[in-house]
Design a protein around this ligand. Structure first.
Ligand SMILES: Nc1ncnc2c1ncn2[C@@H]1O[C@H](COP(=O)(O)OP(=O)(O)OP(=O)(O)O)[C@@H](O)[C@H]1O
Ligand SMILES: [Mg+2]
Length: 310
């Protein structure tokens, strides 16, 4: 199936001369949840803003459902709901009014039943007629999502959707996003909470300094780059690692009390059995051992620092 969004050779140099995007190619698949990860200033909001027609690209092209975002702006924009990173609220409007207005902007006929459903889904129904300025920060964030959904878009961009939202509400929002996906909406989210990408995404893209450095199925990414760690808590501290164990590239930690062994989690032979034999032969006893798996966060930090994997 053709991608729902197709980005080719997209570059953006701002008037200041700063290049925020540098030759970005990216396809978004129909119906997926795609997480775009990147440090501050990587170009995430710029990328989203171009696809949504808020910022003009310097070069390159974007198609939404096969149609060019410049030539067919009205069509492509109507397909997209955008939850912006910055809170923008019309203080005197009410949630219900804001949604009705938003539908109108996109030429959609009034639909109070749909508006009620969206407000209920976002736990805003009991505040539907309150002035927006009287809502809490978390409610305002949810209202941004509600507004983005007002015209029943098929693609939803969430730019840092859960910044400043408490843990419980964040879980509710994840649930809502999953339900939207089940209803056929394609979701692209940017986030600093790697936990969020790990929890939600089907695919993950990593952007750094305006370049996409990796796009991968989340599961594949975690398997490919996932390293496991075995920590052996020793019976007696070691001053240094014995030469006989050099082949295992161990690290010494906690004042010589812990030996750390790192191995690839997708390998057949982890080397643990032979390591334990070698420790035994070297007369090194341990009291306890534990293993841990690297998270998407570890992978991300490694990628941004070391660049793309070979
Ligand atoms: N209007 C502008 N004029 C000049 N430079 C800009 C403008 N907007 C953004 N930039 C710069 O472009 C770069 C990318 O910004 P962008 O907002 O796309 O990053 P981001 O990945 O969304 O970051 P964050 O995670 O902090 O939201 C930054 O260095 C930013 O300062
Ligand atoms: Mg941003």
């Amino acid at each position: 199936m053709s991608p729902i969004i197709s980005i080719r050779h997209l570059s953006k140099t701002y008037a200041s001369g700063f290049t925020a995007l540098d030759d970005v190619d990216l396809d978004i698949r129909r119906g997926e949840i795609f997480a775009l990860l990147g440090p501050n200033g990587a170009g995430k909001t710029t990328l989203i803003s171009i696809v949504c027609g808020i910022v003009n690209a310097t070069s390159g092209s974007v198609e939404v459902d096969g149609r060019d975002i410049r030539r067919d702006y009205r069509f492509t924009r109507s397909q997209i709901g955008l939850v912006p990173q910055e809170l923008t609220t019309d203080a005197f409007e009410t949630p219900r009014g804001a949604l009705a207005f938003s539908r109108g902007l996109f030429g959609k006929p009034p639909n109070p039943t749909y508006v009620e459903k969206v407000l209920r889904d976002l736990s805003l129904w009991n505040r539907r007629d309150s002035r927006i300025m009287t809502l809490s920060g978390g409610m305002k964030r949810r209202l941004l999502i509600a507004k983005a959904l007002a015209h029943e878009p098929r693609i939803l961009f969430l730019d840092e959707p859960t910044a400043g939202v408490d843990v419980e509400l964040r879980r509710d929002m994840w649930q809502l996003v999953r339900e939207l996906r089940e209803g056929g909406v394609t979701i692209i989210l940017t986030t600093h909470y790697i936990e969020e990408a790990e929890e939600m995404a089907d695919r993950v893209g990593v952007i750094n300094k305006g370049r996409i450095i990796l796009v991968e199925d989340k599961a594949t990414l975690m398997r490919k780059l996932g390293r496991k760690e075995l920590v052996l808590h020793l019976q007696a501290p070691l001053a240094e690692i014995p030469a006989a164990l050099a082949a295992y590239h161990l690290q010494l930690a906690s004042d010589g009390n812990d030996l750390i062994y790192t191995y690839e989690s997708d390998g057949d032979a982890t080397g643990i059995a032979s390591l334990l034999d070698a420790l035994d032969a070297a007369g090194i006893g341990f009291k306890d051992l534990k293993t841990s798996e690297s998270s998407l966060e570890d992978i991300f930090v490694r990628l941004v620092h070391e660049g793309a994997p070979a």
